[in-house]
Design a protein around this ligand. Structure first.
Ligand SMILES: [Zn+2]
Length: 469
């Protein structure tokens, strides 16, 4: 018993000592430009600036998850010891598989990595995965925290009212979820407060977040926009919304993202945060979520009776941005070309191209009696999805036309032979063949209020652990 305690306590102490040796209790925000096209990318440093207390774990300085398309690593310059790392994904890597990038057009995104504030000179590197999932360095810079000319300490934050909606304790031991609003004008602020409370309740009503509610703090910043609503470039509708979120991202009507990273980060930096969720005050179905970046979600139903879809979107998108999960659905139209390439194993914990059980990343969840790959009524489902994919999502009769197809798909999933079983189900990651998912249904697969399958729930739990343990 004593020995077990000893083993459990020592790594935590060693981690905390490492933090105190190399860092102070503050966050360093490193901004850079990410430029390129298909197959080409260049990173260049923008600004380094201090933020508030460090909200991440002080005992797990090296990334325990290995999720994300990129990895930031920090080395103590004097000893070359790696003292911090974290995985993340970017708008840039998603944009790289759009038609625009394939046509050779160049584009620049502004991005940020946040690290604990070092005491001494560091080398910061950023690496990208190669086809074998190994990280290859694409950027390196030296930062001296004691060189005041290199650290931009000026005030830049417009001060909005902040509220700690759920307070479960010190940030370093909790996941600090920050909820921001975009497209909420002054007159919409009570709606924003209600929305923030509603979606927080929805999240903590969904497993595994439900069981881990005490591991979260929830912060809210009452960001005020000049106008109600957000941009819809495809309809030439533009709003003066504070965070710059817009529909039609990468040409996809329902994809909501913002390219105003600097503004977003300036505002978010008012509170300690580990994850950002942006509620958009608009009524077209939509959202988005990128690992370790942010989630977006619409907050007004476009059609009566479809309000539940917002709750679906909010939690689904957090599955991406927080849990590092990939989309398990396929055949719904997305803006990507070959997002998951044949023969390349996705890093997402819930997608695979591997069909050999012994090498499968979720093999520990599989009962030996379950056939691999696992049969389901895929052909029937695929023909329904083909019809569904032909519908105009923005047409007024969309839901009416979708309903019979939706019901028929639901029937296939609900009556699946291997329902509630972890196996290897073909069809995932935007493709019908060659990419597999762990269960017949999951919040990352069907557009429904179904929970996360055991493999996805485990990934979310591991992410929570990386902040709180
Ligand atoms: Zn998704």
């Amino acid at each position: 018993m004593k020995r077990l305690l000893f083993l459990l306590i020592i790594p935590a102490i060693a981690g905390a000592q490492l933090f105190n040796k190399f860092f102070i209790d503050k966050t360093m925000r490193v901004d850079y430009y990410h430029t390129g096209t298909k197959g080409v990318e260049i990173l260049s440093l923008d600004k380094v600036s201090p933020e508030g207390i460090y909200s991440g774990s002080k005992t797990q300085l090296l990334d325990p998850l290995n999720f994300g398309e990129y990895m930031v690593r920090v080395y103590d310059a004097a000893s070359a010891q790696m003292i911090y790392s974290r995985g993340y994904s970017t708008m840039f890597n998603e944009w790289q598989s759009t038609d625009e990038a394939l046509a050779g057009i160049y584009k620049t995104f502004h991005e940020t990595v946040r690290i604990p504030f070092p005491k001494k000179k560091i080398q910061l590197t950023i690496s990208r995965r190669d086809k074998n999932m190994l990280f290859r360095e694409i950027f390196s810079t030296v930062i001296d925290p004691n060189n005041s000319a290199q650290i931009h300490s000026g005030q830049r934050t417009p001060n909005y009212k902040t509220v700690k909606l759920i307070d479960n304790g010190p940030s370093e031991k909790k996941v600090d979820l920050l909820i921001l609003g975009d497209g909420y004008a002054k007159a919409d602020m009570q709606k924003f407060r209600n929305d923030a409370k509603h979606f927080s309740d929805v999240l903590f009503g969904t497993s595994p977040f439900k069981e881990r509610k005490n591991d979260f703090n929830v912060w809210v910043i009452e960001v005020e926009s000049k106008e109600s609503g957000i941009d819809k470039p495809g309809k030439n509708e533009w709003k003066e919304n504070a965070l710059g979120t817009q529909y039609d991202s990468f040409g996809s009507a329902r994809y909501v993202l913002t390219e105003e990273n600097r503004i977003l980060r300036d505002i978010a930096g008012q509170v300690p945060y580990d994850a950002i969720s942006i509620l958009v005050n608009d009524n077209r179905y939509g959202g988005g979520g990128i690992y370790n970046l942010y989630t977006t979600c619409y907050t007004q139903a476009d059609t009566k009776g479809q309000e539940w879809q917002m709750d679906y979107v909010f939690v689904h998108e957090l599955g991406h941005s927080f849990g590092g999960l990939g989309d398990e659905y396929y055949s719904s139209s997305v803006a990507y070309n070959d997002f998951y390439q044949p023969g390349v194993e996705p890093w997402e914990p819930n997608l695979t191209t591997v069909t050999d059980t012994a090498a499968l990343k979720w093999k520990s969840f599989i009962n030996p009696a379950t056939p691999i790959p696992t049969p389901w009524r895929k052909n029937e489902y695929d023909s329904l999805e083909t019809l569904r994919g032909k519908l105009d999502r923005l047409a007024p009769d969309y839901y009416e036309k979708r309903e019979p197809l939706y019901k028929a798909e639901e029937e296939i999933i609900k009556n699946a032979q291997y329902k509630n079983t972890v196996g290897l189900f073909e069809g995932a990651g935007y493709v019908s063949k060659g990419v597999y998912r762990p269960a017949v249904d999951c919040r990352m697969f069907s557009l429904s209020l179904v929970g996360f399958d055991p493999v996805c729930a485990d990934a979310i739990n591991r992410v929570i652990d990386s902040y709180v343990k």
